[in-house]
Each structure stands twice: as structure tokens, then as C-alpha cells.
Design a protein around this ligand. Sequence first.
Ligand code: REL
Ligand code: ZN
Length: 468
Amino acid sequence: RGGPRREDIDTVVFSEVRGHQVIDLHTHLLPPSHGALCLWGIDELLTYHYLVAEYFMTAPASISPERFYELNKKEQANLIWDALFIQRSPISEATRGVVTTLLALGLDAHVKSRDLNAIRKYYDKFRGSGLSGTSTFVEKVMAISGVRYAVMTNIPFDDTEIRHWRPRKKDYPATFRSALRVDPLLAGDKETVEKALRAAGYGISVADAEKYLHDWCDTMQPEYMMASTPHDFIFLAPDGGGGPLASVKKRGLNEESLKVPFAFTDLSANECSGCEETDNIPTIINERSVFLDCLMKVCEERNLPLALKIGAHRKINPGLLAAGDGMVAFADTASLARLCSTYPKVRFLATFLSRQNQHEACVLANKFRNLHIYGCWWYCNNPSIIHEITTMRVELLGTAFSAQHSDARVIDQLIYKWAHSRAVIANVLVEEYKKAISSGWEFNRKEIRRDVSMMFGGAYEDFMKKAL
Ligand code: REL
Ligand code: ZN
């Protein structure tokens, strides 16, 4: 068949992985038209919350988080540059990422001379030409990182963000796609939901919340709905199936109750008043379950997947703001299994923060055709762990998963997140191909290209369109 031999497989796989245009299926990036919300440049890179957290491990006591956050971005960046790149070597994943990024932008000499101001001057040239400079920079980064499109995180509960959608939707390039973020619903955060509904002139019944979601879907045309679940998220299937409305009914709510101001307000006063036993699974009616029903109903009606990030414990050290988020919670994978079986017509995309959940997650994906596992998230997004998780996924799932997402917050980060991930994933593929070659299988380049394309976006697109 003329395919690569065992000894050539590395070259072929590396060149295919390097050359493939990936789909970045979860980022926090926003397009240039979103003005200050589109983050890019050296000061944003240096003040990424991963680096802020790393900085505070060794920061002098005189610089409290409060003092640090009072400084402007440039001053914060100076402190971090000095502490993590001058006083220490950039060998952690997040610091090395800055180095990879700057080198790919051609700033070798400035990096070599450790000249932060010269690096800033490079970026100033783009800033000098306003919106068009930002757009040029964004296109350059997309090209270097080989990203076909990046899915954003768009939050209809955030005042600053919604101004970019209403009354007029800002234009953005096709390299950005939207995702509708609904964390307050999964957290049962009634206050935030009510505030957003009232501010937009809606009532505050469950039916209004549902309409709010539908209207935002019309505006944003999202790829999927998404949320990070609270660390203690548990889903107890009420009826083992029958769709969201049926589950609401089972929980003791009727269709009429959906129309009165948040029906659960009374019920949640005494959680047990709503408890019932169904096949020995207790069901509790509270804000979370009612909001979840509402969300699932909209997902079903619009055939929109729900993407979940599971296992982050927020505000572990609240003074550090985003840098204080994220203790790793060992999550209840059975809840995801129950979601998949209760809502068989809804697609779920899931990733777990804890390394300890990864094996169960693979097995679940192997059981439910409406579940797709994606990426190595946050504290799992380190070469050694990506290697381990991706190997396990290939062994259990073949190519039916998405190997990575960047979670980038700063445009420039696409460069290093994808460069670093490509290197690790290519290595895993080489190892797996070699095993198959030893077993007697021969690969040709086209087949390798197909597999790479699957793991870097193709499997995601297939999953999004497959019939359930
Ligand atoms: O989307 C999320 O919930 C998380 O990815 C973020 O909260 C988190 O801070 C992220 O930047 C980590 O990579
Ligand atoms: Zn994220």
C-alpha cells in the first residue's frame, strides 16, 4: 500500500498534526468587534490567571492580592515578568507558553535579551491602528496557530457582554463561533437569573426564563449551550426518561406552576416537601432542578447540545479572584450518566477537571451515543497529563473524541496552547500507530490525515450532526 514504515511514522504523523487546521471547541476569546473584551498582547499574556496564581506562590508579603489588583495591567505584568521570567526560569507550562508564543511571533531577539519593553513595542504597532490593527493581529494568530474556528463563551447574564449583541449584533469573522453560557442556571443562582430577566423587561417565571433562553439563542445562534457545573453538582434522574416536562411533573410541578413567579420559591423553603422516591432515587425540588429542567427543555426544542465542564471548585482563595478558582473536585460521573439517559435526545459534551475522573469519563462516552468527551481542561492541560489522558482515550475510544480545546482567554495564547498540545498528541498517535503496525496493520498517509482530522475537530463535527 506504500504507507509509511514503522521508522517513518513519526515524520508523517508530526507533519500531519502540524499542518491540520483545528477546531477549538471552547475558548473565552471574543472578537475584535467586542472592543476591550477582546484580550491580546503581552500584558494580557503575563497577567493570565494561571500566571497570577503562580506569581502569588512566591510574591513578597508586601504585595497582597488587593494591592496587586489595584495596579494597572502593565504594572501587574512587570511584577510577573520579573518574578517568573527574570528571578526564575520559565519552565512551568504557563510560563513556557509565553515563551513559545513570543518566539512564534518572531520576537526571538527580545526574548533572548529579556527585553519586556521591546516586546511591548512590537504590540504597539498593531494597537496604533485601532480596530484594524487588532483584526490583523487576530488573523495572524489564527494563521500561526492553525485554528479553523474558535468557539467563544458568550454570557447573556453579563451586562458588559450583552451590549455587543443587543440592540444590534456586532459583526465578527467566521473564525469565531458562539456558545451560550448558562452557569447561573446550573448553579441555581436565582438572584443573577432574576436580575437579568428583569433588566431585559421579562417577568420572572420559569416560562420567562425559558423565553429568555430562546430569545438569546435567536440572537447568538450558538453552537451549544454551556456551563461549568458547581463542584457539588448532582443530577438525580426523576423518572429515568420522558423528557424535561415529564420530569418536572414527576417532581410535583405542573404546567401551570411554570407560569407563576419562580415556582420553586416556596418549595425550596422546605427542600423535603418536594422529595419523592422513584426507584429508590430521591428527588429534590430546588432552584437547580427547576432551572435545569428549563434548560433541558430549550436544548431539546432547539436541538442544541449542552457542553459541561465538570469539577471546578470556585473561590478557594477569593482574594485572588479568577486565580483563586479551581480546586479540583472529584466529580460524580453518575450524574452525567443520568443526564445522558434522562435526555437521550440531547447531546452532551463533557470534560472533567480531575485527573481521577478521566477513566470513568471515557467509559461513559463508550456507553452513551449522546456523549462526547473533549479536551484536557486547565489543571489537566499539562503535557504529562495530556499524554496520559489522550493515550487512555485512544485506547478506549479510538478517534471518537476531541483531543483538545484551548480554553484561551488571550488571543495570543492560541499559539502556545495548540503548539504544545499538538506535540504531545502527535507523540501519543505515533506510539499507538506503532503498536498497530506491530500487530500487522499498515497505514497510508490519507488514513493518518483522516484520524488526525477526527481528533482535532472532525469527531466533534460528526457528533454535532449525528442523528440521535
Ligand atoms: O470555562 C470555564 O469554566 C473555565 O475554563 C474557566 O473558569 C477557567 O478559569 C479557565 O480559564 C481555565 O482554563
Ligand atoms: Zn473555560
